[in-house]
Design a protein around this ligand. Sequence first.
Ligand code: CA
Ligand code: CA
Length: 396
Amino acid sequence: MRLGESSWNVDVVFSPSEEWEGDAILTCRPLQSTLHVASGGLDLRAVVGRNGSIFSGSLVSKTSSPVSYGVTVFGLELPTESECELSDGSALWHAILSEVTLQALDENHDGVADRIEASGVATGDFLLADLAYTIPLNFELHGVPDTQPPSFLAQPAVHPLDTFTLTASEPISTSTTARLDSATTRVQLAGLAQLGAYTAFTSQMVLPWGTAFSVQVSGADLAGVPFGSGLPIVKTLADPGLFAQDGFEGPLNAWLTGEAKLVANVGTFPALAGGQSLFVPVGSSATLHLARPPGASRVRLSAQTFVPLTPIYVPDPPIEAGVIGGSVHVAAMADQVIPRTPTEDARWSYTAPPQELTLPISESGGDIVLRIAVPDCSDDLCLITEALLVDDLRVE
Ligand SMILES: [Ca+2]
Ligand SMILES: [Ca+2]
C-alpha cells in the first residue's frame, strides 16, 4: 500500500553479497534505528537516526502494483554502531542502502500500514585501525510503528568547561524544550537541529562542581511519542578543592589525568619558580578550581613548551578558563616560538623560553575553572606532540 507520513522502528540485517570475494567471516547483529517518512514533493522524504546520528534520503515510487519504493542514486545512509565485524577485526562504520525495494503492509486491513519490509543491496565501509575498505552487502529491513518513547543517553560526570551535550536516543521534534534543574541552578538547553529534527541539547554554561541535575523535558519523538520517565541524572565533576595559588609548592588540589604531575625539573631545566612546577605531557590534563579575589580580572601563569622533535609550528598552549555560571571559554594565546634548545631529557628533548600568559576574565563570579589539557596524538589529529611546564598560576 502507499506510505503516508509515519514513523517506524526498523531492524536492518546485513549479510555478505554474492559479489564479495573476500575470505574473512562476516558477523552482524541487527542495526536498529528509527525511520521517519514524510511527504517531500513527488518523493517521500526519509529520515533515519538514533543516538545523535541522523541521515536523510528520498524514497521514490518503484512499482505501482503492488506499490513499492526505491531510493535515488544517493541511496540512504544508516546510523551504524559497528553492527558488523569481519574476522580480521575490522568493523562497520558506514553503511548506505543503494538498491532498495520497500513495501508497506496493512495486515489488519484498517487502511493504515502496520509493517514495512524492504530488501536490497548496501555498501558497507569497514575500518581496521586507519585502513578502510568497502564490502558489498545484502540487507533485509523489518519495521513496526514507532511506539517507543525517546530518551537521553547517560554520560559520565561532566567537566565544567566541556560544552554540555545531552544526546537524544532518536531524532525528536523541534518543538521539544529541555533544561537541567538542581536545587540551586537552572540551565536552559538549546536544541541541536539537524535535517529538521533535534538530535541533542547543549549548553555553553560553565556548570557548577559536584552537582546532580534532573533533566526536565517537554516534547516528543517524530512519531509524537512523548519522553518517558527514567531520564538520566546529569552529574558534574566533583570540586577538586581550591588551588592554593602557591606556585605548586605545597599539597596540590587538582584533578590530574594521564601523566600530569609536579616536577622539580625537565632534563636540565628546573622548575619555573620555586622548587616545583606542574608538568602536563601529551594525553594528560590538569583541572583546577581558583578563587577569584574581589576586582580580579585575569588568570596569569607562566608556561614552557617541551617537544621530542623540533616542529615547524607550535599551536597556542591548550589552556582554557571560565567562570562558573558564565558561558565564556577563554583560551590562552602565546607568541610563536619554535622549541630548539636541547634539554638532555630522554623524551622531551627540546624546549623554548617560558612565556607569561594572561587569560582575561570578563564575566562576574567568584569561582574560576582552569584546564590544561594536552591532546593525545595517537590518532594523529593534533599538530605536535608536546608537554607543558606551568607555574606562577594566580588570579589577579
Ligand atoms: Ca520513538
Ligand atoms: Ca613553583
